[in-house]
Design a protein around this ligand. Structure first.
Ligand code: 5GP
Length: 188
């Protein structure tokens, strides 16, 4: 059986990655599985352990790094995030195309290990719209919002590191573009 694709899906905080992903995730043609990351961040309201993230302590995270269990990991605005490797490999060996929703440093590590990873970067229509979306989430304190906005500015400059860049103006439209990209990559 053909091994599944490794798809890296990035974009600044608040750009709407989750919303876009929901629009294409269940498309039966794509045969996708979502890689659930490990993080030391506290759960936001409505987030579910083992569905959105595996929420762990700093000690637990560091132990996983030490044991070599993460495909990649990075610090983002004061918290650690990482991709558990065994789960990703198991899914890919079953033929699933695995999607990693991770930030830019993690993407670089993934591409170093797996040069044929399909990398997709989502951009907002404008910085003003991004700020509006981050504030609309109402889950973070002002200092965290400021840090996420500064980080977003830096991340947007790194979009040239990605194979595909898609603007999320209307989520369904962005999702359709991503469906086309994945179908094309699957046919190679
Ligand atoms: P959030 O706190 O908003 O859920 O995520 C913050 C950032 O960390 C987002 O850009 C998200 O894509 C990224 N992220 C989530 N999981 C991982 C991961 O496993 N590895 C890396 N490198 N970044 C991640």
């Amino acid at each position: 059986m053909k091994k599944g694709l490794l798809i890296v899906f990035s974009g600044p905080s608040g750009v709407g990655k989750g919303t876009v992903r929901q629009c294409f995730m269940d498309d039966p043609r794509l045969n996708l599985a979502y890689s659930i990351s490990m993080t030391t961040r506290k759960p936001r309201e409505g987030e579910v352990e083992g569905k959105d993230y595996f929420f762990v302590t700093r000690e637990e995270f560091e132990a996983a790094v030490e044991r070599g269990e993460l495909l990649e990991h990075a610090e983002f605005v004061g918290n650690y995030y990482g991709t558990p490797l065994p789960y990703v490999e198991k899914l890919r060996n079953e033929g699933k195309n695995v999607i990693l929703e991770i930030e830019v440093e993690g993407m670089k590590q993934v591409v170093e290990k797996c040069s044929d990873a399909v990398t997709i970067f989502i951009i907002p229509p404008s910085m003003e719209e991004l700020e509006r979306r981050i504030r609309g989430r109402k889950s973070e304190a002002e200092d965290v919002i400021q840090k996420r906005l500064e980080k977003a500015g830096r991340e947007l400059k790194l979009q040239d590191n990605y194979k595909y860049v898609v603007c999320n103006d209307i989520p369904e439209v962005a999702a359709n573009k991503i469906v086309e990209i994945i179908l094309d990559e699957m046919s190679k």
